[in-house]
Design a protein around this ligand. Structure first.
Ligand code: SAH
Length: 211
């Protein structure tokens, strides 16, 4: 799987602007047992560089995308990060190897509960999972050093920008539901100025909202 990620990273370098990922991120990708986060019937495909179905009609992202998004977040050992869209818990597990604490929110309660169980069983004690709508962020634990959104939003949710520390990064797919989406790297500088860069065309399940 790691070689496939390295090859695809190199092939997409024209878009992303990076031909290699950091050793820390690649080591974290190597450390997480992806087979623990997929449905039993897909275990034999767990280390292919492909997205797979999980419960509730959702997907565990392609390892390449997980690795790239993690690298764009530039995670540091003392960071506290926030994820919207826990899904299987796989992305949260990768981040858990790289930062101090991961807060993650999943809107489908069944998925939130399953992911929390999986992470606990595997010994990840620096991840906190909550069921709910991540659009509003998690103000009680903000501000965050980094925020990663793993479902496609139509716009950048303003509450998430507000919950970023100065110098913080937000990695988020933005675009039409089931249509054209691009992965954005959004940075807030020390003066609060927001800059954004499109790094890759992507396809994510939609960010849904509590009604
Ligand atoms: N990061 C996941 C990928 C999950 S797919 C993994 O590593 O497996 C995206 C997830 O976002 C889905 O599980 C979906 O239910 C969830 N989601 C969609 N809208 C959401 C919202 N508003 N708040 C929190 N989670 C949301």
């Amino acid at each position: 799987m790691l070689d496939a990620i390295r090859d695809s990273v190199r092939e997409s370098a024209d878009y992303t602007g990076r031909a290699t990922l950091s050793d820390r991120v690649m080591n974290a990708m190597a450390a997480v047992q992806r087979e623990e986060f997929v449905l039993p019937q897909y275990r034999h495909l767990a280390y292919r560089n492909t997205p797979l179905p999980i419960e509730a009609g959702q997907t565990i992202s392609q390892p390449l995308i997980v690795a790239l998004m993690t690298d764009f977040l530039d995670p540091q050992p003392d960071d506290v990060v926030f994820e919207v869209g826990t899904g299987s818990g796989y992305q949260a597990a990768v981040l858990a190897h790289l930062v101090k604490h991961v807060y993650t929110v999943e809107i489908v309660e069944e998925l939130a509960n399953d992911a929390a169980d999986t992470l606990k069983r595997l010994g990840y004690d620096n991840v906190t999972v909550r069921a709910g709508d991540g659009y509003a962020g998690w103000p009680e634990h903000a501000p965050f050093d980094g925020i990663i959104v793993t479902a496609a939003a139509e716009q950048i949710p303003p509450p998430l920008l507000k919950q970023l520390k100065p110098g913080g990064k937000l990695v988020i797919p933005v675009g039409e539901h089931h249509g054209y989406q691009e992965l954005l790297l959004v940075e807030v500088d020390d003066k609060g100025e927001v800059s954004r860069r499109s790094v890759l065309p992507v396809r994510f399940v939609p960010l849904t909202r509590d009604r």
